[in-house]
Each structure stands twice: as structure tokens, then as C-alpha cells.
Design a binder for this molecule. Sequence first.
Ligand code: NAP
Length: 310
Amino acid sequence: MSDSRQTVILGTGCAGLTAAIYAARANLRPLVIEGHEPGGQLSLTTMVENFPGFPEGIQGPELIENMRKQAVRFGAEFRMGHVSHADLRQNPFTLRLGPEEIRTETLIIASGASARWLGLESEQALIGHGVSSCATCDGFFFSGKEIAVIGGGDSAMEEALFLTRFASRVTIIHRREQFRASHIMLERAKNHPKISFLTNMAVEDVMDVEKKEVTALKLRHVMTDEVTVFPASAMFLGIGHVPNAAMFGDQLDRDAEGYLRTRDYVFTRVAGVFACGDVQDRRYRQAITAAGTGCMAALEVEKFLELRGH
Ligand code: NAP
């Protein structure tokens, strides 16, 4: 089965949906491919307080749902699936989506970034059994329990604050003394009666794989090397994200951390392929900046197609 398009958008987070709204309004009838994490990171968050236009804040999933409705209203078409292979060597580009082959003259990559894991064997074995990277998805299961949150950025603070709704106590465990989190988020966490901090601690192991549940974390003090066992019923990761760009291999330029390299905001090295949002933004990584570059990508697609005589 094969499908031919003027433009395909990969990803349905803030960047992809904004690109979809603009491309659909320009009558390009974009095909928007929704991968493993529909709605992107905003759909896993709670209150978004800094997206302009919502003085009281708005829930992340609601913001995403609104954007999606807006894109559908102008004619964007959505399809679920995972692009397993992309051939960008000649135009039209080819994408493999399950058994289907999609050909497209332009491509907007808005595939975002997924949660980073520590990479411990025990951590991977206990995902879904007390190890999680999504407080809003899994926090509920740990009512009245001791929860550990790993990380020192805004994500960790946000997760910890959210988890206080359920947990008897939340401990933020960070590998350094200094925090990356913004002042306002860090202060909120520090002032919360249910939250405490452990700094200069690295997680060495998650126990207990045999019991198929989290009972404790083995922590190593990074300066003294002293190892302690910290009892907890769950471990939530808030240690940042990894860009989803591996499927393009060396057809596009990536930096050392895997982010797609772009020039003039959204241009990749391949004419007709644009990237926006967290897959190419290692610096700002905000909902509003993702929306901004999503808009830019769609406008560049319009120009590109116009020059090709559409
Ligand atoms: P981040 O700012 O990059 O912070 C990641 C944290 O995880 C850092 O403290 C880092 O430690 C730690 N870390 C990374 N790898 C680790 C490892 N292998 N083991 C242990 N610790 C590790 O990421 P983020 O918190 O996800 O935030 C990303 C962006 O989104 C930021 O711009 C943030 O402002 C924004 N954001 C905003 C909000 C909000 O405003 N409500 C909420 C969430 C995110 P080191 O400090 O030692 O490197």
C-alpha cells in the first residue's frame, strides 16, 4: 500500500500540532503521524503555568487536545503508528509505517524527546513495578508510600510536587549539590512539608528485582563513596529527555547528544525536510518555543512547495 502527500508531520506534541494547524490552514492537508507517545511531553504533565494566554494556567493534556481539535478543524489527518524507516535521499521522501509506504514532498520532524533512564539493569527490570518516568500516569499507585524522585531540574521538582498528593513522603535524590531547576520550582519543593532532599547521591541499584517490586534504592555518596540503602516503594525519574531522531541515521546531522542540527531555526541538511520542537532544541525545550518552531517549519514547507510550483 502506498500513499502520496505534499507534507507529512512526524509527532503530535506542541511542535507537531502547531505545524499541523498552520499547514492545514494553508490547505496542504497534512498527514500527521502519531507515535508511541501521543501528545508528547505536555500530555504527561499537569498544570502549565507559563503558556501565554492562560492566566490561570491550563492542564497539559487539555492544551494538547485543544491544539489537536484546531488542526482537525482545518483538515489535518491523523494516523497512529511508528515510522520504522525513512529514506530522505531523494524527493519524494519515503517513510515506512507498518506495512504502508508513504511518499511525501516535504517532511516536518517533530518527534520530540522521550524520558531518559539511568540505564541500570534493575531499573529496566522494574519499569511498571515501581519504577516510572511519569508521575501523572503512575503516582496514584503509591498512595501513602515513600517515593524517591531522581533529578535536579524542573522536571524532578514538578514530579515531586505532584507526587505529594499521594505519597507519605517524597525524597528528591540528586547527584550534585547545585540544582538546574528554576528558583520558583526549587523553592516550592523546598517549602513543601512532605518533600526532603538528598544531594551528592547516585543511584547504584534498585531493589528488589526478585520480588518484582521496589523496596529500596542503593545509593552511593559521590564524594565519600559510602553506600547506603534508602527504603522506598517507588522511584520516579526526572532526569531529562533524549531526542527521538535515531530513525534518520546519518541522513541528517545530529549533535553529540543526538539532537537534530538545524540552521535558520528549522532547516535540516536535506531540502524539504524541516525539524522543530524538542528533537532539535537542546537549549530552550519549552512548550511555547516548540510551538514557535512548529509554526516556522510549516511556513517553510509552504514556501518550499510554492517554489516547486504548487
Ligand atoms: P534538565 O534541566 O536537563 O535536568 C535534568 C536533571 O537530571 C539534572 O539535574 C541532571 O543532573 C539530572 N540527570 C541527568 N542525567 C542523569 C543521570 N544519568 N543520573 C542522575 N541524574 C541525572 O531536564 P528537565 O528537568 O527535564 O528540564 C528540561 C527543560 O524543561 C528545562 O528547560 C526546564 O526548565 C523545562 N521544564 C519546565 C517545567 C516548568 O516550568 N514547570 C517543568 C519541567 C521541565 P546534573 O544537574 O548533575 O546534570
